[in-house]
Design a protein around this ligand. Structure first.
Ligand code: NAD
Length: 286
């Protein structure tokens, strides 16, 4: 299937990433079928999209009259059979292998034989997920960044069996969304997390060993390396539990001790200091 043939997009999961993905497709004129397991999760996702569209109106990125048109393109559904018309289904359910496999198998059975299946996973092997479906050649990773409506990158991950056609269609689809796709091959953590997580981990070791305070580590990286956010500020934003989980994937995937999670990171997670979402991580949030 070519990217021109893609008109209807199914998004599985209306959480942080799923509602962002639905937002950008609808804003670019696609019909979106947004699926979650309960109506209240869909309502919450649609509410977030509505608020984010208001922000875009304020910033003059879209016109006020566009908002109802964009929202009308998104059809919320709970029944998996309602995604049958989709030309591509993008999975954005929580990062648990068993759950993703179940959701992807359901989607595989629901959509037409030519449709592409994509996963927004941050760390699970695309090759492994693809092998659980009947169409590993039409399976690909589309790793959107948070917040999806604002971040330009999509890391496009080719599984071992992903066909050239599926790859080119996905790359061109990202461009039609106004995103910049970057192609990488399937490997633990892809490129984004394989490079980012050791940075966050090493920054945590600096704090644990008393080399510097979190504020000092972040200031060095912001002022000296031109990072817009310090690594510890970013870790709090991502969630320290998520960082530990991704480091585990790298550690197991490569069998290399350089990816072991810093004990201080584990200690914070054990204390429930998960970053912004729990009100405290490296920093305290009111
Ligand atoms: N949050 C981030 O910064 C970020 C960034 C990049 C990638 N990711 C990846 O995106 C994926 C989703 O993460 P998130 O942060 O949006 O999670 P989230 O918890 O915010 O949202 C997940 C949604 O999936 C729904 N869901 C659960 N089971 C479902 C099913 N069977 N069918 C449909 N929906 C179902 C949940 O109800 C929830 O609304 C994960 O794989 C994560 O690793 C997250």
């Amino acid at each position: 299937m070519s990217s021109e043939e893609i008109k209807i997009v199914a998004v599985l999961g209306a959480g942080t990433m799923g509602n962002g993905i639905a937002h950008v497709f609808a804003r670019s004129g696609y019909d979106v079928i947004l699926r979650d397991v309960e109506r209240r999760f869909l309502d919450r996702g649609l509410d977030t999209i509505s608020k984010n569209l208001d922000r875009e109106i304020k910033k003059e990125k879209i016109a006020a009259a566009d908002k109802p048109v964009i929202l009308a393109r998104i059809q919320p559904v709970t029944d998996i059979s309602s995604i049958a018309a989709a030309d591509i289904a993008i999975e954005a359910v929580p990062e648990q292998l068993d759950l993703k496999v179940r959701v992807l198998r359901e989607a595989d059975a629901a959509v037409k034989p030519g449709a592409i299946l994509a996963s927004n996973t941050s760390s699970i092997s695309i090759t492994q997920l693809a092998a659980q479906t009947s169409r590993p050649d039409k399976f690909i990773g589309m790793h959107f960044m948070n917040p999806v409506p604002m971040m330009v990158l999509v890391e496009v991950i080719r599984g071992l069996a992903t066909s050239d056609e599926s790859f080119h269609t996905t790359m061109s689809l990202c461009e039609k969304l106004g995103k910049t796709p970057v192609a990488v091959n399937d490997a633990p953590g892809f490129v984004s997390n394989r490079v980012l997580m050791p940075l966050i981990n090493e920054a945590t070791f600096c704090v644990m060993e008393g080399v510097a305070t979190p504020e000092a580590v972040d200031a060095v990286m912001k002022l000296g390396m031109n990072h817009p956010m310090g690594p510890l500020q970013l870790a709090d934003f991502i969630g320290l539990d998520v960082c530990v989980d991704i480091l585990e994937v790298l550690y197991k995937g490569f069998g290399d001790s350089k990816y072991r999670a810093c004990p201080l990171l584990r200690k914070y997670v054990a204390a429930g200091w998960l970053g912004r979402k729990s009100g405290r991580g490296f920093y305290v949030y009111s």
